[in-house]
Design a protein around this ligand. Structure first.
Ligand code: NAI
Length: 305
């Protein structure tokens, strides 16, 4: 079964690495693919349409359907033009894979704010602009699949990547809210947290040579293709994918403590409860919505609402 038959997918940053594999696999699964890439270096300098064109040629040579787009996702105009390209050539957008990214690594102490902003602009704002352009179409057709690309640099932290980690966590906030807002229109918004040897990670020395070879970007693409397909019925999930291994990252909250809010609550009371309220053995997944554990906790001191 071809999971993306008659579907249209837009993949950003699809000229290299992970995006390229996502585009190739989505095309093999039957999707018409818009291959976006402005070219440029890992640091986001320069631009060259050849990378996207090459992937389009590969897809077409294999009998698939694809067009290239060379806009930068980091401007609202570029993102709009990308989505317009999909409409012009294929008439709709079913899946949007926000994958484009750059690095400007430095310790926070040494990082220029310009480099902080440049990374946020491509990852966080670029994904926002593309999703914003596709969103009304998805709402209208009552169907959509959006995949964000997050990173362990955000969910776990990594030295020298304050800009990147902040952008990647920002994307998860965007995902959570859009998952709620898109629910009634059958729009599922999920994230992949990949690990792969690409030009972005080559030489970073995170893992040894042998493992490096096993971390093929093609091993990440199946998770993305699934989340881009109708078969995917979950939303706001963060799926890890590296070297053929897959998992799920989820935020948890502890059972915590509850004081009577009709009485003063002091720092001393908090200090005495720290060990209990931070004890993860009582943690449960956070539920969508803004109240969290509050109703359950207040019930323990006799307050119902
Ligand atoms: P890559 O450097 O091979 O590919 C990124 C692509 O995005 C490049 O082709 C680049 O030209 C394109 N791009 C950059 N800025 C753009 C813009 N403004 N508009 C359009 N295209 C743009 O890197 P890789 O590893 O394939 O990364 C893909 C995504 O996966 C990124 O979001 C990255 O942060 C994320 N990621 C990768 C990990 C890995 O282990 N490779 C780990 C965690 C996250």
């Amino acid at each position: 079964m071809k999971r993306m038959q008659d579907r249209v997918a837009v993949v950003t940053g699809a000229g290299n690495g992970l995006g390229r594999e996502h585009a190739l696999l989505l095309a093999r699964e039957g999707a018409s693919v818009v291959v976006n890439d402005l070219g440029g270096t890992v640091n986001g300098v320069g631009g060259d349409g050849a990378a996207a064109d090459q992937v389009v040629s590969e897809i077409r040579a294999a009998g698939g359907k694809a067009v290239a787009n060379h806009d930068s996702v980091a401007t609202p105009e570029g993102a709009q033009n990308l989505i317009d390209t999909a409409i012009k050539h294929f008439g709709r957008v079913d899946a949007l894979i926000n994958n484009a990214g750059i690095l400007r690594d430095k310790s926070f102490a040494k990082m220029a704010l310009e480099d902080f902003e440049a990374v946020l602009r491509v990852h966080l704002l670029g994904s926002t602009y593309c999703t914003k352009a596709a969103w009304p179409l998805m709402l209208e057709q009552k169907y959509g699949r959006v995949v964000m690309t997050t990173s362990v640099a955000g969910t776990s932290g990594n030295f020298g990547q304050a800009n990147y980690g902040a952008a990647k966590m920002g994307l998860l906030g965007l995902m959570n809210v859009l998952a709620v807002e898109g629910a009634k229109a059958n729009i599922k918004v999920n994230a992949v947290s990949p690990g792969a040897t690409t030009r972005m990670t080559q030489g970073l020395g995170a893992v040894s040579g042998e493992i490096d070879e096993l971390m093929q970007p093609a091993h990440v693409a199946p998770a993305v293709a699934y989340m881009a397909s109708e078969e995917c019925d979950f939303t706001a999930h963060i799926i890890t994918a590296a070297a053929g291994g897959f998992g799920r990252v989820q935020f948890f909250e502890t059972e915590g403590v509850q004081f009577d809010p009709r009485q003063p609550v002091t720092v001393d009371m908090f200090a005495q409860a720290v060990a209990v309220l931070t004890d993860l053995s009582t943690a449960a997944p956070v539920a969508p919505g803004v109240l969290g554990q509050m109703p359950a906790r207040l019930a323990t001191v006799g307050i119902q609402f």
